[in-house]
Design a protein around this ligand. Structure first.
Ligand code: ADP
Length: 364
């Protein structure tokens, strides 16, 4: 029976080390008593963001795969931290500007904008990093053709470091490299915040002019975590022209401007603004309505810094691993170059007039 449990647990993979928890010797003291199982999980590093979720997965698998087991008790023993210092290991010290890309709702093209904005900034000769923090649906690995990649990780002075991938000259790290889509539900909530912390602070970014962070959609805890963790220079809010998307974008702008978060909104990007048939490039069909982002911009005193048309190549590029902005001379490529220039301009203006964003300290 005990070996049965070990067999089941050997299917639970630690996302960071990419090995199962039996091989990693994380599981200890398995005890079986009637319909109850108890065991201990001992983390192999201090502050293991994954250990609690591993516990939940282990519990679910034992209950679902061993008939008659009603109760699973898992004790988690975390390895003591080598040093009491809680601050990030300086991996962000060379990063000049952090631009978050947010949206009020999913499906408006936030990841598409983040990915192609990163490409546009790189085309301007800037040093660019892209962080995919969209825990609910990390799509950047697919867009850059690096699905299933695992960045190199190593231990140094008792801390884990990760080397970002280098794709099309952009330094890349994604939550998608560490979690499986089928386990995504378990990583939500507070665990997501821990994983996000690791994703950013354990990565050796080096010198970076612009770090673009693709946030999860909506207005939630994870956004608060980000500003507690990172000095975000500014945020770009993506919307489509429909009223419902605009209403959610309004919530997003308000959240970033709230006292609790207080991050500069660099501007709105209206995605899917119009459609031009390939054989009539001068004709514009405003499929989702016209002027939605402009109205919100007027109301909230924020600029529209980009309008991106609906283009079939954008959808294809989401599948073929090459962001559409890599084709500099295409109409869509030019839209993203304009957006990149606008982001640089707004960031420079922001940096002229305001002090660097401080990492938020939550007052209880
Ligand atoms: P989000 O990150 O907001 O969930 P995505 O960037 O994943 O949205 O985009 C959702 C879908 O819409 C994807 O299939 C993407 O290829 C497509 N899409 C996004 N922007 C455009 C556009 N301007 N033209 C055509 N398709 C687009």
């Amino acid at each position: 029976m005990k070996s049965n449990i070990e067999k089941i647990l050997s299917t639970v993979i630690h996302p960071e080390f990419q090995k199962d928890i039996i091989t990693l010797k994380i599981v200890n003291d398995i005890k079986l008593n009637g319909d109850s199982v108890s065991l201990t999980l001992r983390s192999i590093k201090a502050k293991d963001a994954f250990i609690k979720s591993i516990g939940k997965i282990a519990e679910q698998r034992i209950k679902s795969e061993i008939p008659g087991i009603e109760k699973v008790t898992i004790e988690i023993k975390e390895r003591a931290t080598a040093s009491k210092k809680d601050s990030p290991p300086g991996t962000l010290s060379g990063v000049k500007n952090i631009i978050a890309v947010a949206s009020g709702k999913g499906g408006v093209g936030k990841s598409t904008i983040a990915a192609n904005l990163a490409v546009g900034l790189h085309q301007m000769g800037l040093r660019v990093a892209l962080v995919d923090a969209d825990i609910y649906g990390p799509s950047i690995p697919k867009m850059f053709g690096v699905e299933g990649a695992l960045p190199e990780a190593w231990e140094e002075d008792g801390k884990t470091y990760v080397k970002p991938l280098d794709v099309y000259g952009i330094k890349l790290n994604s939550i998608g490299f560490y979690i499986k889509p089928e386990d995504a539900l378990i990583w939500r909530g507070p665990m997501a915040s821990n994983v996000l912390t690791q994703l950013i602070t354990e990565c050796k970014w080096g010198d970076v002019d612009f770090m673009v962070v693709d946030l999860p959609p909506g207005t939630g805890d994870i956004h608060l975590t980000l500003v507690q963790l990172l000095p975000v220079t500014g945020v770009v809010v993506v919307t489509t022209p429909q009223n419902i998307a605009i209403a959610d974008a309004r919530k997003g702008v308000s959240m970033f401007r709230s006292d609790k978060i207080d991050v500069t909104v660099l501007g709105l990007v209206e995605n899917m603004s119009w459609f031009s048939p390939p054989d009539m490039p001068d004709k514009r069909y405003y499929i989702f309505g016209k002027g939605g982002a402009e109205r919100l911009a007027g109301e909230m005193d924020v600029d529209v810094i980009g309008q991106i048309p609906i283009v079939e190549a954008v959808m294809q590029s989401g599948e073929n691993g090459k962001p559409v902005a890599l084709d500099k001379d295409s109409v869509i490529g030019q839209s993203f170059q304009e957006l990149a220039h606008a982001v640089v301009h707004q960031t420079n203006e922001r940096n002229k007039t305001k002090a660097p964003t401080k990492v938020v300290q939550i007052k209880k």
